[in-house]
Design a protein around this ligand. Structure first.
Ligand SMILES: Cc1ncc(COP(=O)(O)O)c(C=O)c1O
Length: 425
C-alpha cells in the first residue's frame, strides 16, 4: 500500500500554537443565544452549512435597507452603490483565495452550480467519445453526477481513484489512472472522512498528463488557508454558506484562457455585449457567466463573512478544528461499540468525524443527540459511492468549526452514551 505524499505546504496547514477566543466568537453568533432544554445549541453540522455572525446578518439588512437596487445598469446613486458593493466582494474573495485577476472569479449559486457550469460548458466543448474522466472515491455527489451526465452524453467513461485503509488516496492507483485522463476532478477535503488531499501534488501530476483539473473546495476554503493560483489547477469551486456567508452564493475560479474559450452557461440579460434580431455577442469576463439579476445582497454580505474569517485567522481556525477533532475522537474512543473512520493522522484531516455506533442506526443516534440540543448529520452525506466502497449505508458525522467548545464535544459523547442506553447496547 502506498500513502499519498504528505504535503507541508498551505494545502496541509501546519498546526499552529495560538488558540481562539471561542467565547468571544460565540457572542458574535445570535443563534447561540437560543436555548435547548436550557442549554445552547451544540452545532456540529458545519460540513453541511455554517452559522452566521451578526456582521453578515447586519450586512444583509443594511443592503436591503439602504442600497437595494439592481447592479451594472442604473446610473443613479443606489444602483452605483450596489454595483460597487457587489464587485467589492469579488476583490475580497480574490485576495482571500490568492487569485490576482479577479475577473477569473464567477459568482454562482453554490459549489454544485460551479461544477455543473464547467461540465456543461468546458466539458461539452472539449470531452469526446472514449475520453476518461477521473474522479476519486471520496467525491460528493456534486462532483460525480455532472461528470456522469457529461460522460453519458459524450460516450466518455468515468473512473475513480481508490482509497487506502486510512481513507487517503492510493497514489499508485492515481498514477496509473491519471494516464490518458482528459479530466481530473477531485475534492480538496472530503466531506465524509475529512481527508485533506495533497492538492498541489495531484494537480501537478494531472497537468503533466495533460488533464483539465477541477478542484472541489467546498470543504477546504472555509477551514484552511487556500491559495488557488499556487495550486495550478484550471478550476476551483466553493460555497459561501459553508464559510459563515449567506446561502445562494458560490464561487468558480477558472483560468482566463479557458473561461475565454468556453461558451456561456446560462444566457439572457447581463451576460451579453450586443443582441440583435439574429445575432448575439458575449459580455467580457466574469459577467459572461453571470446571466440575469445576480444574488446581489447575499454576494455583498459574503464580504463580511470573509473579513470576519480573516480577522480571526485561517491558521487559528484550522488549529482549533484540529484540536476539536482530536478531542471528539479521543472521547468517542473511550466508549465501547464505536467505529471511527478517516485518517488517523490529524495533519491530513480536516475537522470532520464520521462514526457508527454498533447496534444503533445513525439516524437514531442523530435523533437522540437532537433531544440533547446536539446537531449532527446522519446518512450518506451525498457521498453514496464512498459509503458503498466502505460497505456502509450511513454514518453519523460531527463537523466542528471555529465556534465549537469543549462542552460541545462532551455533550456529543454524552448523547451517544444516551443513545446506547436507550437502545440497551
Ligand atoms: C465536498 C463537497 N462538495 C460539494 C458540496 C456541495 O455544496 P453546495 O451544496 O453548496 O453546492 C458539498 C456540500 O456539502 C461538499 O461537502
Amino acid at each position: 500500500m502506498v500513502n499519498t505524499p504528505h504535503e507541508t505546504t498551505q494545502t496541509r496547514c501546519a498546526l499552529q500554537t495560538a488558540s481562539l477566543d471561542v467565547e468571544t466568537i460565540r457572542s458574535d453568533f445570535p443563534i447561540f443565544r437560543r436555548r435547548f432544554k436550557g442549554r445552547p445549541l451544540a452545532y456540529l453540522d458545519n460540513a453541511a452549512t455554517s452559522q452566521k455572525p451578526s456582521c453578515v446578518i447586519e450586512a444583509l439588512q443594511d443592503f436591503y435597507s439602504n442600497h437595494n437596487a439592481n447592479i451594472h445598469r442604473g446610473v443613479y446613486d443606489i444602483s452605483e452603490e450596489a454595483t460597487e458593493a457587489y464587485e467589492r466582494t469579488r476583490s475580497v474573495v480574490s485576495d482571500f483565495v490568492g487569485v490576482k485577476d479577479e475577473t477569473q472569479l464567477i459568482f454562482t449559486r453554490n459549489t454544485t452550480e460551479s461544477i455543473n457550469l464547467v461540465a456543461m460548458t468546458w466539458g461539452r466543448a472539449n470531452v469526446r467519445k472514449g475520453d476518461k474522466i477521473l474522479l476519486t472515491m471520496l467525491e460528493h455527489h456534486s462532483n460525480i453526477v455532472p461528470w456522469q451526465m457529461l460522460a453519458g452524453e459524450k460516450g466518455a467513461k468515468v473512473e475513480y481513484v481508490s482509497l487506502n485503509e486510512d481513507g487517503e488516496l492510493e497514489v499508485s492507483d492515481f498514477k496509473e489512472k491519471i494516464q490518458g485522463a482528459r479530466v481530473f476532478a477531485f475534492g480538496h477535503v472530503s466531506n465524509v472522512l475529512g481527508t485533506i488531499n495533497p492538492a498541489r501534488y495531484l494537480v501537478k501530476e494531472a497537468k503533466n498528463e495533460g488533464a483539465m483539473v477541477l478542484v472541489d473546495g467546498a470543504q477546504s476554503v472555509p477551514h484552511m488557508q487556500v491559495k488557488i493560483e499556487e495550486l495550478g489547477c484550471d478550476f476551483y469551486a466553493f460555497s459561501a454558506h459553508k464559510m459563515l456567508g449567506p446561502t445562494g452564493v458560490g464561487v468558480l475560479y477558472g483560468r482566463r484562457e479557458l473561461l475565454e474559450e468556453m461558451p456561456p452557461f446560462l444566457t439572457g440579460g447581463d451576460m451579453i455585449s450586443q443582441v440583435h434580431e439574429h445575432s448575439v455577442s458575449w459580455n467580457v469576463l466574469p459577467w459572461k457567466f453571470e446571466a440575469g439579476t445576480s444574488n446581489i445582497a447575499d454576494v455583498v454580505a459574503f464580504s463580511a463573512a470573509i473579513n470576519y474569517l480573516k480577522r480571526i485567522g485561517m491558521e487559528k481556525i484550522r488549529r482549533h478544528e484540529t484540536e476539536m477533532t482530536k478531542q471528539i475522537l479521543e472521547l468517542l474512543e473511550t466508549l465501547h461499540g464505536i467505529r471511527l473512520y478517516g485518517p488517523r493522522n490529524l495533519e491530513v484531516r480536516g475537522g470532520i468525524v464520521p462514526f457508527n455506533v454498533e447496534g444503533v442506526h445513525p439516524h437514531d443516534v442523530a435523533s437522540v443527540l437532537s433531544t440533547e440540543g446536539v446537531a449532527v448529520r446522519s446518512g450518506n452525506h451525498c457521498a453514496q459511492p464512498l459509503h458503498e466502497s466502505l460497505s456502509l449505508d450511513a454514518t453519523v458525522r460531527a463537523s466542528p468549526y471555529l465556534y465549537n467548545t469543549d462542552d460541545d464535544a462532551v455533550r456529543l459523547v454524552e448523547g451517544v452514551k444516551k443513545a446506547q442506553r436507550l437502545m440497551k447496547i
